[in-house]
Design a protein around this ligand. Structure first.
Ligand SMILES: CC(C)(COP(=O)(O)OP(=O)(O)OC[C@H]1O[C@@H](n2cnc3c(N)ncnc32)[C@H](O)[C@@H]1OP(=O)(O)O)[C@@H](O)C(=O)NCCC(=O)NCCS
Length: 193
């Protein structure tokens, strides 16, 4: 006999309901940006962002300890081209994070899609002089809410020493799922479900 099952309501994180109230529900296939939060705007990158992207990824204090570093304008240009292509193919990519009050790019936040991998990787980087203001948390919460609503399964990989990043990813709603290793040492893997 077929028993009718009672649907279990999925708890919606507070930042997710705030996101829906502000940006409306997204559906698969619809571009996920632009998004706005209290202080930030997340938008697709364009070729015109080259200088600002290099300003973030070429900055030694910002990227000294992580694999984001693009040491010269040419490598930053190639990185930017790949992100623009990601956005065109997948509807999501790394996005520019602009502070509304400052009227400038304060960092990058969004997703990397890897061929043959069904999960989408969350990433974020904020300019070092602006760390500690909650920008990464605010951007990651909006990006994650938008991608989950569109049906993506998300993960993030973080080195155990990167306490700031661990706080950000946990506040965005991802949970520690496994600890693994690569050629640079231990790597924590956080997942959305
Ligand atoms: C990780 C990073 C994105 C955090 O950006 P941010 O805008 O400073 O983040 P938030 O302001 O939202 O801070 C998140 C939390 O981490 C804490 N934090 C930030 N930097 C920290 C640090 N170096 N050490 C310890 N805690 C730190 C903040 O104090 C805050 O916690 P709190 O609110 O409990 O005090 C930023 O440091 C960065 O760009 N790092 C280089 C790139 C990187 O590591 N990206 C992630 C790769 S997985």
């Amino acid at each position: 006999m077929n028993q009718a099952t009672t649907p279990v309501p999925t708890p919606i994180a507070p930042h997710w309901s705030a996101f829906i109230a502000r940006n409306g529900p997204h559906t698969a296939g619809v571009p996920l940006v632009p998004l706005t939060t209290d202080r930030l705007r997340l938008r697709a990158l364009t070729v015109a962002d080259h200088a600002e992207v290099f300003d973030v990824l070429g900055d030694e204090p910002t990227t000294a300890r992580v694999s984001w570093r693009q040491p010269d304008p040419e490598s930053a240009r190639a990185w930017l081209d790949r992100r623009i292509e990601d956005q065109r193919r997948n509807g999501l990519s790394m996005w520019a994070v602009e502070a509304l009050a400052l009227g400038e790019m304060v960092g990058l936040c969004g997703f990397f899609s890897h061929d043959g991998v069904y999960e989408t990787e969350l990433g974020y980087v904020i300019k070092a002089p602006l760390w500690g203001r909650g920008y990464a948390t605010e951007a990651a919460q909006a990006a994650v809410a938008s991608a989950l609503q569109a049906g993506h399964r998300l993960y993030a990989t973080i080195r155990p020493w990167n306490i700031g990043s661990i706080r950000v990813v946990e506040r965005a709603g991802l949970r520690l799922d496994e600890s693994t290793e690569d050629d640079r040492g231990q790597l924590l893997v956080y997942r959305s479900r």
